[in-house]
Design a protein around this ligand. Structure first.
Ligand code: FE2
Length: 247
């Protein structure tokens, strides 16, 4: 038993975490080297003294609340993050109730772990993630702008080739948005529908030249062929490949 006590005391003393053990009267019975270093106190001077005296006046109320919490909830450790302003270090203080046998509280233990480096790494990762997300959004915005610009230029070229359709794309776009409003209501999709309709004439690249440039009315077959241009335009403007089941 003596050997076990010696080993346990040595282990507690040499732990990299600070350990303070308190009896059921909230008086200190053990402080290891690390806990004394963290709290900048002499361990030998504090044994038998109230634990609250180890803390600056401004944090005593919070410590008191933590001790009361674990006494009322012995199965639930209480964790507090403490900032040592003088050294700019952060500690995670875990308060746990010590029980002997069944439901007999004999005291409490406070284990302090230096989490300064962990917090720094977490902040650095969060900052890098935010930066990556912002870069990603900017790239997406530029790609979309480039895509829209290229498609608009193509549509303008096609419209310039066909003087009979002057303003046609804009009229189609306005009508499409009105129809879509009736179907989906006010929705972010309307912006995409407006753009897609504005660019639909790009599908005329798939229409036979002799039909596109025909003077005079189209026959049924020619009209049917001509009516495919919004479908072709939709396929060209589609950002994602068409589902094979739909094609
Ligand atoms: Fe058209």
């Amino acid at each position: 038993m003596e050997e076990l006590e010696e080993i346990c005391l040595a282990a507690l003393e040499q732990l990299p975490e600070g350990v303070v053990i308190i009896n059921d009267k909230d008086r200190i019975v053990f402080i290891n080297q690390k806990a004394a270093e963290i709290r900048r106190i002499q361990a030998t001077e504090r044994i038998g003294k109230p634990v609250l005296n180890c803390h600056p006046p401004e944090s005593r109320e919070r410590v008191q609340r933590a001790l009361q919490f674990i006494k009322k909830n012995p199965d639930r450790p209480f964790v507090r993050i403490v900032h040592d302003k003088e050294k700019d270090l952060f500690y995670e203080n875990a308060y746990a109730c010590l029980q002997y046998g069944q439901n007999r509280s004999i005291g409490s233990v406070v284990i302090s772990r230096d989490i300064t480096e962990k917090r720094r790494l977490e902040k650095e990762i969060a900052s890098r993630m935010k930066s990556l997300e912002e870069n990603n959004q900017e790239l997406t915005r530029r790609l979309e702008s480039l895509f829209t610009s290229a498609m608009t230029s193509m549509a303008n070229i096609l419209e310039a080739k066909d003087p009979y359709t002057n303003g046609h794309s804009t009229r189609v776009s306005k009508i499409s948005v009105k129809i879509a409003e009736q179907i989906v209501g006010i929705s972010p999709e309307l912006k995409e529908i407006e753009l897609a309709s504005e660019l639909h004439d790009i599908g005329k690249v798939g229409v036979r030249e002799e039909i596109l440039n025909k003077r005079g009315p189209l026959n049924d077959e020619e009209r049917e062929h001509m009516m495919r241009h919004p479908v072709i335009g939709g396929d060209i403007n589609r950002k994602e490949p068409r589902n094979p089941v739909q094609s």
